[in-house]
Design a protein around this ligand. Structure first.
Ligand code: GLN
Length: 190
């Protein structure tokens, strides 16, 4: 059985664990280098992208993450997850992420009054779900990849082969369809 790793250095990794448990999937928390050894897919949860990058560096995980990307291993990032997966980040001190997805993303882009909200998104596999946007980013430009989820017609999730990034949290409102979709991707990749 394939095993999913959840990056568990910060953010809402516990919620992702609950979804994987519900789906009966083998999972583990990824906190250090050797945790990458026996996993087949990686979930990067929501949290705070600037903190994520700091901890990734402090724990010497950066090299492992870049290797993971270069090997094109299945990766699913939500919110802060998609931010650090992006090639270019607006409203950010560093301005660039790990480049899993060739997109331009803007952090904290919904403005104060709409910082957090629940809305219905439409997936490209015939499913609609209510999900949470929490100090979410906005995808400003897609250089490569396809919209896997849309909000009012605009892309809020991108897939490029084995990499999926979404700007929202399906795990908080209990929508498990995207995790299911990711598992299929993990199972179909070698
Ligand atoms: N605003 C956060 C950031 O820039 C993302 C918020 C989230 O992951 N829910 O990293």
């Amino acid at each position: 059985m394939k095993k999913i790793g959840i990056l568990a250095i910060q953010g809402d990794f516990e919620e992702h664990k609950l979804v994987l448990k519900k789906l009966g999937v083998d999972y583990k928390f990824v906190k250090e280098k050797r945790d990458f050894e026996d996993i087949h897919g990686l979930i990067i949860p929501g949290g705070e992208s600037t903190t994520f990058r700091k901890i990734i560096r402090n724990y010497s995980l950066e090299e492992e993450i870049i290797k993971w990307r270069n090997d094109k291993k299945p990766t699913f990032g939500t919110c802060a997850g998609i931010i650090i997966m992006s090639s270019q980040i607006l409203n950010d001190e560093e301005g660039f992420g790990y480049g899993f997805l060739d997109i331009v993303i803007e952090r904290n882009a919904y403005g104060r009054q709409r910082e957090s909200f629940i809305a219905e998104v439409e997936y490209n596999f015939n499913h609609r779900a209510k999900v949470a946007f929490i100090r979410a980013p906005i995808i400003r430009k897609v250089n490569k990849g396809e919209a896997i989820a849309r909000l009012n017609g605009r892309p809020v999730g991108i897939q490029d082969e084995n990499f999926i990034g979404i700007t929202f949290h399906p795990e908080i409102t209990g929508d498990i369809k995207l995790h299911e979709y990711f598992l299929k991707l993990v199972n179909s990749s070698g």
